[in-house]
Design a protein around this ligand. Structure first.
Ligand code: NAD
Length: 264
C-alpha cells in the first residue's frame, strides 16, 4: 500500500486526540507514504496535536478555528509557502451545543442552529475555496458525515440537519470542482467513541444498538475509516466523486432492526 500516496501532500483538519477519526485517517495516509499537515483548534488542543504530528513527521500548520476565516487563510498561506501545491484535504470538523444534542430537535435555538451549520457544514465550502487554489494538479477533498443526515437518530437533532446539508454540499462542490479534477466525497462513519461523540446524548446506547443490528454485528474503528479514506484520497478512486461512502458495518442497509440484547 505504501506507493498509494507516495509524492502526495495534504492537510488534515480535525485531530483533537488519538481517538479522533482524523487521526485514524492521518495514520493510514502516512503508512501509504503521504506527507501530512495538521491543524489544531486552540491552545488546549495544540498540546495534544503537536506530539501526534511529530509521530507522523507532519507539518503543524497552526491554529484553525473555522468560525474565524483569517485562521483558515493563515493555514493555507502556510501550505502554499511550505509545499506550493497540495493533493488532498480531510475535513473532520463538527460542533453543536451539547445542550441541544439531547431532547427534541424542535427546541433548537436559532443561535445554535447557525453556529452548528457554520462549523459543521459551511466550513467544508470555506476550506474547498482555498484548497481549490492549491490543487493545481487536481485533488481529493474528504469530509465526515453520519447516518443521522438520512434518518432520524435520537439526540442527533440539529447535527442531523447540518449533516444533511453537508452531504448536499459534497455533491454541489463535486459538480463545481470536477472540471479541475478535484474530487469531493464523504465517509458516513458508524458511531465511534470520540470526544465529539461524547457530547451526544445516550451515545453508549447508540453504540450497543449498532453492535446488535449492523450486518457485521460490531461497530467500526478509526483504522477502518482510515483505510476507506485512503481509497477516497488516493488515485484508486479517481473515477469517484460526489459520493457518500458508508463505513458503518452495513448498518444503513438494514430496514427492520431486530435488537434482542437483554441489557439495552
Ligand atoms: P473529535 O472530537 O475527535 O473531532 C472533532 C474535531 O472538530 C476536533 O478536532 C475539533 O477541534 C474540531 N472542531 C470543532 N469545532 C471547530 C472549529 N470551530 N474550528 C475548527 N475545528 C473545530 O471527534 P470525531 O468523532 O473524530 O469527529 C470528526 C468528524 O467525524 C466530525 O465531523 C463528526 O461529526 C464525524 N463523525 C463522527 C462519528 C462518531 O461517531 N464519532 C460518526 C460519523 C461522523
Amino acid at each position: 500500500a505504501r506507493a498509494l500516496m507516495e509524492g502526495k501532500r495534504g492537510l488534515i483538519m480535525g485531530v483533537a486526540n488519538n481517538r479522533s477519526i482524523a487521526w485514524g485517517i492521518a495514520r493510514a495516509l502516512k503508512d501509504a507514504g503521504a506527507e501530512i499537515a495538521l491543524t489544531y483548534q486552540g491552545d488546549a488542543l495544540r498540546k495534544r496535536v503537536e506530539p501526534l504530528a511529530a509521530e507522523l513527521d507532519a507539518v503543524v500548520a497552526g491554529h484553525c478555528d473555522v468560525t474565524d476565516e483569517a485562521t483558515i487563510d493563515a493555514v493555507f498561506d502556510t501550505l502554499k509557502e511550505t509545499w506550493g501545491k497540495i493533493d488532498f484535504v480531510v475535513h473532520a470538523i463538527a460542533f453543536s451545543d451539547k445542550e441541544e444534542l439531547t431532547g427534541r430537535y424542535v427546541d433548537t435555538s436559532a443561535d445554535n442552529f447557525s453556529k452548528t451549520m457554520l462549523i459543521s457544514c459551511y466550513s467544508l465550502t470555506s476550506v474547498a475555496q482555498r484548497a481549490e487554489k492549491l490543487m493545481t494538479d487536481g485533488g481529493s477533498i474528504l469530509t465526515l458525515t453520519y447516518y443521522g443526515a438520512e434518518k432520524v437518530m435520537p439526540h442527533y437533532n440539529v447535527m442531523g440537519v447540518a449533516k444533511a446539508a453537508l452531504e448536499a454540499s459534497v455533491k454541489y462542490l463535486a459538480a463545481d470542482l470536477g472540471k479541475d479534477r478535484i474530487r469531493v466525497n464523504a465517509i458516513s462513519a458508524g458511531p465511534i467513541k470520540t470526544l465529539a461523540a461524547s457530547g451526544i446524548g445516550d451515545f453508549r446506547y447508540i453504540l450497543r444498538w449498532n453492535e446488535y443490528n449492523a450486518p457485521l454485528r460490531r461497530t467500526v474503528t478509526i483504522e477502518e475509516v482510515g483505510d476507506a479514506a485512503l481509497f477516497l484520497l488516493s488515485d484508486l478512486s479517481r473515477g469517484v466523486t460526489g459520493e457518500i461512502q458508508h463505513v458503518d458495518s452495513g448498518y444503513h442497509v438494514v430496514g427492520m432492526k431486530a435488537v434482542d440484547a437483554p441489557d439495552i
